[in-house]
Design a protein around this ligand. Sequence first.
Ligand SMILES: Cc1cc2nc3c(=O)[nH]c(=O)nc-3n(C[C@H](O)[C@H](O)[C@H](O)COP(=O)(O)O)c2cc1C
Length: 207
Amino acid sequence: MEREQIRVVGISGSLRPGSFTKKAVMLALKGAQEQGAEIEYFDLATCRVACDGNTDDDGYPESVNHLRQTVKNAHGLIVGTPEYHGSFSGVLKNALDLMGFDEVQGKMIGLVSVAGGAMGGIGALASLRTIGRHLHAWVVPHQVAIPFASQAFDQNGELKDTKLRERVLEVGRQVSQFSYLHHSAAAQKFLKAWQEATPNPGGEHAF
Ligand SMILES: Cc1cc2nc3c(=O)[nH]c(=O)nc-3n(C[C@H](O)[C@H](O)[C@H](O)COP(=O)(O)O)c2cc1C
């Protein structure tokens, strides 16, 4: 049986040229690619449109449709954010608000954050995990917060700390692996068989 092609899309909540968040997202995408996923980075700078609360498809420019379609077509997402005032960035919140269940429900999500300070964006990650739950996505337990971002990367944009680098790659690998488990025909077949299985012969009083 031919293995389904898993697609993983990365987005970053920082539009800053030279952004460390983008570097972290690209690294996690590399991890996803190692596991056979087709990867794409979606630059949120292409759709700097504020969510005005309109949930219809009409009224937004093509760039927003492009974002929605790109995420909708993916099986998994890498979501990266800078820590801004103890949480994730407004750019990222806006992008998430421009989407909803249609695009995100059932998707696997991996989280990475960077911060100027020692906490590495742990507050941002906690907030994003809550949002993932509200969008009915599967946020993988493994996540990475990168502290002291301005010193964390070398001149080539590589994370200096090899263990941290490995952990970011692992975020992407897990998104790819769990996306596959979630969507593969074999997994779906098992789920169907399980749902249709004979009820416990012990009956409702069995424990
Ligand atoms: C508006 C703003 C708020 C910030 N708030 C925090 C913060 O609460 N904690 C922290 O450690 N760093 C904070 N920083 C620093 C950023 O996390 C840091 O510069 C990070 O590298 C930005 O991500 P980027 O390199 O992807 O642009 C803040 C930066 C900005 C611009």
